[in-house]
Design a protein around this ligand. Structure first.
Ligand code: AMP
Ligand code: MG
Length: 409
């Protein structure tokens, strides 16, 4: 049986390198750039005003103050989107709005708050240094400069940079399509009241949300009852339509756990089955050519934890991300944690983190059974109790993954 590090390595070793695509910028938010982005032209393209006020020659204002205002003659008005028809000359000013091009001759903009208009004249009440309130051409981006490098994630700020740089399409690694295939004859829709022996299907929904949260596109398949035929036909469809298939349920040792058998019949290669971990021991991983199949356990917490620990880094890697892992911090565990009969496996303990007096504390979210989904909902982190540590006493340090924060390594 593999340990958690070996299982993760085995999965990541099979991630297929992504092939870039060129798509509309608006479809690329969250994706990773496959090529450098260059500025087409200066940004801003021309010197312009950073304020509503008056374009002037700074030398005219040297003596200006509340007590000794300087009087200038207003030549014209320039709103944003217009261009002055004449230069500013000594003794004159042009009324200018934020973003309008600085008129020839002017070198400074006096903000309107320190001026007083009097008919066709303006009184300037403050001396300003040359260049104040002027945004220079190319001060944000220079024509031809590389403004974003390949490998950068397109967050909203980067999307804005691309647009300002004139790149309405971008070369990125595409969003992975991830099949979600839920098995279990006991499952009914969330809309239903479960009958005898039935429970509502939680995993189809939590998995879908996790796949969306990691930036991939979920492809949902109809829930599959525990029969060989149904499982096989669903797997065939899922493998035909996507490169990564997440099955959930049916990978344990029960009489109706057909996923393993059927995948073997289909000629897949079993990379591993079972990991020294809790929750999620029955997890499995197969390949079929370049297609990857992750067999997630059906217990709702196991399903979510395995998706967080293995599927998320896998799919991120397939989408060109170089940061694959959540931030990890050391925290003080507030209550004792004993593995009991499950010692010898790594435990993923769902915790809530809180900083008190400059020290990070981790509190268990309550009962940690693999069916206690509320333990997952309350968590802001996952504490990893290593394979070789049977007990952590209250007050001892633990390593915690901050599952609410973006990957940093
Ligand atoms: P399995 O891995 O199929 O043996 O399922 C293990 C446990 O998880 C059983 O108690 C199932 O009823 C439960 N389970 C399996 N799939 C789901 C699901 N989609 N939603 C909620 N519980 C599930
Ligand atoms: Mg099942």
């Amino acid at each position: 049986m593999l340990n958690i590090e070996e299982a993760l390595r085995a999965i990541l070793d099979h991630a297929t390198p992504p092939t870039p695509v060129t798509i509309a910028l608006d479809d690329a938010a969250g994706l990773v750039l496959a090529e450098d982005v260059m500025a087409r032209g200066n940004v801003p393209p021309f010197a312009n005003s950073a304020m509503d006020g008056f374009a002037v020659i700074a030398a005219d204002l040297q003596q200006a103050s509340e007590a000794t205002p300087v009087r200038l003659h207003i030549l014209e008005d320039v709103p944003a989107g217009s261009v002055a028809t004449q230069p500013v000359r000594p003794g004159t000013a042009i009324r200018i709005m934020t973003g309008a091009p600085l008129p020839d001759g002017a070198d400074t903009v006096v903000h309107v708050e320190v001026t007083r208009a009097e008919g066709d004249d303006v009184l300037i009440l403050l001396a300003l240094k040359n260049g104040v309130n002027v945004r220079r051409a190319g001060e944000d981006m220079k024509d031809g400069a590389i403004v974003l490098t390949a490998g950068t994630v397109l967050r909203p700020g980067e999307v804005g940079v691309c647009a300002a740089a004139g790149q309405a399409t971008v070369a990125v690694y595409p969003r992975a399509r991830v099949a979600i295939l839920t098995t279990g004859s006991e499952l009914v829709d969330a809309t239903e009241v479960p009958g005898p022996g039935q429970i509502r299907d939680a995993n189809a929904h939590s998995l879908r949300a996790q796949v969306i949260a990691l930036g991939a596109e979920p492809v949902i398949f109809a829930r599959v009852p525990d029969t060989r035929e149904a499982v096989r036909s669903a797997l065939e469809q899922a493998l035909a339509r996507t490169d990564v298939v997440l099955t959930n349920g049916g990978v344990s040792v029960g009489d109706y756990d057909f996923v393993k058998d059927v995948l073997q019949e289909m000629g897949t290669e079993l990379v591993f089955w079972r990991v020294k971990q809790k929750p999620g021991k029955p997890m499995a991983f197969w390949t079929l050519g370049s297609k990857l199949i992750v067999g997630l356990p059906g217990n709702p917490v196991s399903c979510m934890v395995c998706t967080e620990e293995y599927v998320r880094p896998l799919v991120r890697q397939m989408m060109g991300h170089t940061l694959l892992y959540r931030p990890v911090r050391t925290a003080v565990l507030d209550e004792r944690y004993a593995k009991g009969s499950d010692a010898g496996r790594a435990h993923f303990v769902r915790v809530r983190l809180q900083e008190r007096d400059g020290v990070l504390h981790a509190m268990s979210t309550g009962p940690q059974g693999s069916g206690i989904l509320t333990s997952m909902a309350l968590a802001t982190g996952i504490a990893i109790i290593p394979e070789e540590t049977p007990i952590v006493e209250a007050g001892q340090p633990v390593r915690v993954q901050l599952t609410g924060l973006p990957e940093d390594h």
